[in-house]
Ligand binder design. Structure first.
Ligand code: SF4
Length: 216
């Protein structure tokens, strides 16, 4: 488990930004796993997070005691969430490691805290201190102008989502920092190759968010 004071520890290499972005979009589309060099860090498993499980995750669902699963709020019947204990730990974390690692939920397979430095967002929820410390340490490389431009586009998308609270009020944006960072990654193409000071209309951003929600 990462402790809450590791912000003074060495930087962590996050890889080339464009390669990370391609891989992350594949993972978020459910077409692959995120390959995160977690080491011994289990911050995301110990930060009071509800883990969503979709009905088609039958192999995983069969390995989790029924008593630990609850209906997922706002989602159709069959969607579940796995909760956490009084210390904020996932109950499947045993002796500092995931006890169902090879069969872990899709949410865990696609979770990547590098999404925060990608979007320029620091998770500020009180329960995410360990994740925030880890996220602060990642450093992306930008070996080509494309790496820099794509990173700038993700950050511009995050800023745009931040300054248009009406999108959150419409229920199109998750209120939590993870959801906003992931949305910035998903929408960043709208912010690519623009003239300086230019940005897509709120209508265009809204349409992209509606389409994204339709696919979830
Ligand atoms: S299921 Fe495993 S990987 Fe997912 S939060 Fe729990 S312990 Fe962590």
């Amino acid at each position: 488990m990462a402790d809450s004071t590791d912000s003074d520890r060495p930087d962590l290499p996050a890889g080339d930004f464009s390669a990370w972005l391609r891989a992350t979009r594949i993972a978020l589309a459910g077409e692959g796993d995120a390959h995160v060099p977690c080491g011994t860090c289990t911050a995301c498993c110990t930060s009071s997070q509800f883990v969503h499980l979709a009905p088609d995750e039958t192999d995983t669902l069969a390995r989790i005691p029924r008593a630990l699963l609850f209906p997922a709020p706002g989602l159709p019947p069959g969607h579940r969430v796995l909760g956490y204990d009084e210390q904020g730990r996932c109950p499947m974390l045993v002796d500092g490691a995931c006890s169902i690692y090879d069969h872990r939920p899709r949410t865990c397979r696609t979770y990547d805290c590098r999404v925060f430095p990608a979007a320029g967002i620091v998770p500020d929820e009180p329960t995410k201190v360990a994740i925030a410390d880890r996220a602060r340490r990642w450093r992306f490389d930008h070996p080509t102008p494309r790496d820099r431009a794509e990173h700038d586009a993700v950050r511009a998308a995050a800023t745009s989502l931040e300054v248009h609270p009406e999108l959150a009020a419409d229920g199109l944006l998750p209120a939590d920092t993870t959801g906003r960072a992931v949305a910035a990654v998903a929408l960043s193409d709208l912010f690519s190759d623009l003239e300086e000071g230019d940005e897509p209309s709120v209508t265009l951003v809204r349409e992209a968010l509606v389409e994204r929600r339709r696919r979830v």
